[in-house]
Ligand binder design. Structure first.
Ligand SMILES: *[C@@H]1O[C@H](CO)[C@@H](O)[C@H](O)[C@H]1NC(C)=O
Ligand SMILES: *[C@@H]1O[C@H](CO)[C@@H](O)[C@H](O)[C@H]1NC(C)=O
Ligand SMILES: *[C@@H]1O[C@H](CO)[C@@H](O)[C@H](O)[C@H]1NC(C)=O
Ligand SMILES: *[C@@H]1O[C@H](CO)[C@@H](O)[C@H](O)[C@H]1NC(C)=O
Ligand SMILES: *[C@@H]1O[C@H](CO)[C@@H](O)[C@H](O)[C@H]1NC(C)=O
Length: 365
């Protein structure tokens, strides 16, 4: 199962860049938060917060075709809300259709792909999640994406497929970004982030279940989730995972202090000028089914039902299409996403519906 964790997603991702540009960067009233990139330049301050009560107001519901060829229909906001795929209360829940059959050859299973209106350069992104999608046919992802792929970068913070239990963290760029893979607890897999190299495997690592227990899937869900923290500076992009019971007090108290976080799960730095490869990134959360990764490796997961005589891809689509009740676990439940930056920063590029948050933060910096 671990033999090809970072399977090529090939050039279809080029389409992704256009979509991101069209749906994120052109949103009227969206803000670009640009923080200080020098590591340790100052204390981190909250600049943007995705709390459950306003969670879905801060995202665009992407509802066009899936650029990675999944058996999925990404629905718009009204369909998502009507069907209960986007609900908020004490938490924000993002789920999928668990009642209808969507046969192979027709439209895929309805699901949600959220792209944040606001964009960011540098910062500390803290996702507190309770539950994530998991199971045969699923391909969930929580990631950052710049407007002009691959030039403005892609950082995949949570990503995996089917019944895998280890999170894959990877980055995709244009040529000239190489990661050393030292100073981290995750298992280093590939060093060259260039999308044109190695069939766009990217530069990636697989989290270690001993150092970061329950970092993905059902094991993450069983322990009540935890926190993924990603620090993006001019020198590196580091990601930590803290299981629910081991979240650093500085995070819980809202004053995150990197020096208390310990060795990161992933330490992305080396031969890469970070500021030349990553900028103006949106936050994306989606649940895909089958497609270029989950579908291609589906037959490597013996617990996932195979269709007699069909290949991996079609077996995946058959399972996803025919078994709605198998997707009751395919939901994200999120306490919050909070974005912190070091001053000077948090200068919005325009005002708009994010301006209340922007103004209150600017007052403190
Ligand atoms: C949402 O999608 C549905 C189904 O495709 C469509 O009928 C409806 O017009 C869409 N709503 C908006 C606001 O785009
Ligand atoms: C989110 O989903 C979980 C599990 O189904 C449920 O317990 C919780 O009440 C849901 N929260 C909201 C706000 O829908
Ligand atoms: C995971 O970490 C443990 C403890 O540091 C180590 O013994 C083990 O070899 C690591 N596993 C992998 C696959 O790197
Ligand atoms: C951050 O933690 C380090 C190590 O514990 C400590 O020396 C430093 O004072 C802390 N910084 C703040 C702003 O609390
Ligand atoms: C980032 O956004 C700002 C403000 O819209 C813009 O001036 C700048 O050119 C963008 N940078 C990139 C690399 O797209």
């Amino acid at each position: 199962m671990r033999s090809s964790p970072l399977l090529p997603r090939t050039s279809v991702a080029i389409t992704l860049s256009f979509i991101a540009f069209a749906s994120a960067q052109s949103i009227p009233g969206a803000s670009l938060f640009s923080g200080n990139g020098a590591p340790g330049a100052g204390a981190y301050q909250l600049v943007d917060a995705y709390e459950p009560s306003i969670f879905f107001d801060k995202f665009n519901f992407y509802s066009s075709y899936d650029p990675t060829n999944g058996h999925v229909q990404y629905v718009n906001e009204s369909i998502a809300v009507q069907n209960g795929y986007a609900t908020s209360g004490a938490t924000a829940n993002i789920s999928v259709d668990t009642t209808n059959i969507w046969p192979n050859g027709g439209p895929g299973r309805p699901a949600v792909r959220l792209i944040s209106d606001n964009t960011y350069t540098h910062g500390l992104f803290i996702l507190d999640l309770v539950h994530m999608p998991w199971g045969c046919g699923t391909w969930p992802a929580y990631w950052l994406l710049g407007p002009n792929w691959p030039y403005d970068g892609e950082v995949d913070i949570i990503e995996g497929v089917n019944t895998g239990q280890l999170n894959s963290v990877s980055m995709h760029t244009n040529a000239g970004c190489i990661i050393a893979g030292s100073g981290q607890t995750a298992t280093f897999e590939t060093s060259n982030c260039d999308e044109a190299a190695n069939d766009n495997s990217g530069c990636g690592s697989l989290l270690n279940d001993t150092s970061t227990p329950g970092n993905y899937g059902s094991e993450l869900n069983t322990q009540g989730g935890g926190v993924y923290a990603t620090e993006w500076t001019s020198d590196y992009i580091k990601t930590w995972y803290f299981p629910r019971g081991r979240i650093p007090p500085s995070i819980t108290s809202g004053a995150p202090n990197i020096s208390t976080f310990g060795i990161p799960a992933v330490n992305a730095q080396g031969g890469c000028v970070i500021d030349s490869h990553f900028s103006n990134m949106s936050i994306i959360i989606n649940t895909d089914f089958c497609g270029n990764w989950a579908g291609n490796v589906y037959d490597q997961f013996p617990e996932c039902p195979q269709t007699a005589g069909a290949d991996s891809w079609d077996s995946c689509v058959d399972f996803v299409g025919n078994n709605p009740s198998s997707f009751v676990e395919a939901y994200w439940e999120i306490n919050s996403i909070r974005v912190y930056q070091m001053p000077p920063g948090a200068v919005p590029s325009s005002s708009g519906h994010g301006s209340l948050i922007v103004k209150s933060v600017l007052g403190t910096i």
